[in-house]
Ligand binder design. Sequence first.
Ligand SMILES: C[S@@+](CC[C@H](N)C(=O)[O-])C[C@H]1O[C@@H](n2cnc3c(N)ncnc32)[C@H](O)[C@@H]1O
Length: 219
Amino acid sequence: MSTRDLPANHADLMDGVYRWQRHIYDLTRKYYLLGRDRLIAGLDIPANGSVLELGCGTGRNLVLTAQRYPNARLYGLDISAEMLVTAQAAITREGIAGRTRLARADATDFDAQALFDVARFDRVFVSYSLSMIPGWEKTVAAGLAVLTPGGSLHVVDFGQQERLPGWFRSLLRTWLRKFHVTPRDSLREVLESESAKAGASLSFERLYRGYAWLAVARR
Ligand SMILES: C[S@@+](CC[C@H](N)C(=O)[O-])C[C@H]1O[C@@H](n2cnc3c(N)ncnc32)[C@H](O)[C@@H]1O
């Protein structure tokens, strides 16, 4: 994995956040990163299709995607070398290394051809990563740009908790700040405008009273 062109400060920050967290990440996050399994169920990857996760973390989603879509070819990138160590171990343990490739890269600016020898993917997804990526709007555009014709970009992330009590929203925001997570209030607008530019149609769903947002942009 090349570290060329990585924004060093952010890469170091993410490695610092996840150096120890990665060992308890899957266990703890299953209670509050809601909607991830729904995203995976909705991927509907075509036979022998390809799927790329931007900000793949521990590889939890790639493993579940591989189980659900046994012929899919899987790709994942993340800026954190620490997270990728855990992801690679999970992928090897699950016996899916033969059809999975990982790379260290910045999701706002990556060259899929150079990283994976693949320029376009049938499905691209971003799960609870846009809220941690500075310049996340560029990740939306980059995800759309690497879709095959007929492909789709799937996003799940924190919503604005717009139909939940104010105290819950404040508590959640305070908690998330400790992990450098910022729910993106303009997520829907950015997805709409980037989808329009890419000629994709957007569907948008509010989950659990706005706790999370789930969107699909289809080209
Ligand atoms: C909250 S975790 C989500 C991991 C996984 N997608 C999931 O659903 O469990 C956010 C991930 O985004 C990665 N990340 C943050 N900024 C990034 C960037 N600029 N490029 C690529 N990955 C990034 C972090 O290293 C971390 O693994």
